[in-house]
Design a protein around this ligand. Sequence first.
Ligand code: ATP
Length: 199
Amino acid sequence: MYLKKLELYGFKSFADKVSLNFEKGITAIVGPNGSGKSNISDAIRLVLGEQSIKSLRGSKLEDVIFAGSETRKPLGFCEINLTLDNSDGLLPFDYNEVVITRKIFRSGESEFFINKTPCRLKDVHELFLDTGIGKEGYSVIGQGKIDEILSAKPEERRLILEEAIGISKYRYKKEEAERKLVSAEENLIRLNDIVVELE
Ligand code: ATP
């Protein structure tokens, strides 16, 4: 699996639709200061489900929508499409390509799509669990992240290793099952109360 294409519309400095094709292997993005290099990695993080505004260098999510210029009006929404090559079948789809889409509106709301089918943020997160990609996948290492990893507490460093060796999916599923168990127990208590009232 590898990143094949990134399409942006109305995202930060990219007001017009732009399409970037990545080949297998290493791609370097070069350009003058302020030309939008980091905006490209911000777009990849956002489409993979990043919710932290701080890591996107803004104060609110809407800040990622093209804010207008002397000659152009601001836009009402932005759209990011990330195409992944899935010919090795790592993602659970029978397609050779998987397209993840995120639309962000001025209201601060987001819409997510996998292969053009609307989905939840949770579905995007779950899709990438343990693939090494994803918002916590360490495939995008931001400025300062290496320092953060080196100075992390042992428990925090353990979480990083767990993601790398593929345990985090099971931890996530265990936590989800525990949440469901708690909610089932609460329902049972409520049901018992009703039965007692009726008797
Ligand atoms: P450097 O090499 O200095 O790190 P860079 O190439 O990584 O720079 P970015 O940080 O990606 O550059 O891009 C910053 C540019 O994006 C700035 O010119 C900024 O005005 C523009 N920009 C950021 N958000 C928006 C927005 N919402 N609308 C329009 N332009 C934006």
